[in-house]
Ligand binder design. Sequence first.
Ligand code: HEM
Length: 166
Amino acid sequence: MDLYPWFLFLHILFAVMFFFAHGASLAVAFRLPVERDPKAREALLAITGITIAPMFGGFFGMGVFGVALGVIDSSWKQGWWWLSIILMLGVFVWMMWYSRKFYSPIRKALGVMYISGFANENPASRIYAGREEVDRLIALTNPRLLIWVSFIITALVLYLMTFKPF
Ligand code: HEM
């Protein structure tokens, strides 16, 4: 049985799952600076808590089958394959850092559960830091930067996978 088309199918399916799920974070990032009510802000940030499991699952599946494809057709010997993996992992790590650096302090100031470090769950304190502080923290986020960096890198990876230039 030729596993290649099945692995390709699963690689693409998991990629679709990842992008479907993470679209919610994109909407949250753009809506957060517009909302003023702390309860609405809290509800928005809870959305990314729902989509995090399919997002991680999609990314993991996409990676596993991408590596399996590279082993089957020996593309692991080519530069485009390694560069694609490095770029995707780079965005992933940058995003995790960005989430901890900019979104966790907003959750903390709202008094809800937030993640610090790799995956430390800090329980909700229910202590609201006040409107001005939360406004200040939200103003530090830059959803346009997130979109541009991720879009350019995703486009580059797609180019590398399609044209296999080196
Ligand atoms: C290839 C593209 C992308 C990858 C691999 C990626 C990956 C990630 C990862 C791993 C996290 C950390 C999740 C966590 O542990 O908290 C994250 C968070 C986040 N991402 Fe992305 N992302 C991508 C594209 C985007 C785009 C285009 C946006 C648009 C604005 C975006 C917005 C966000 C936001 C707002 C968070 C923080 C969510 C929160 O803490 O509630 N991401 N991303």
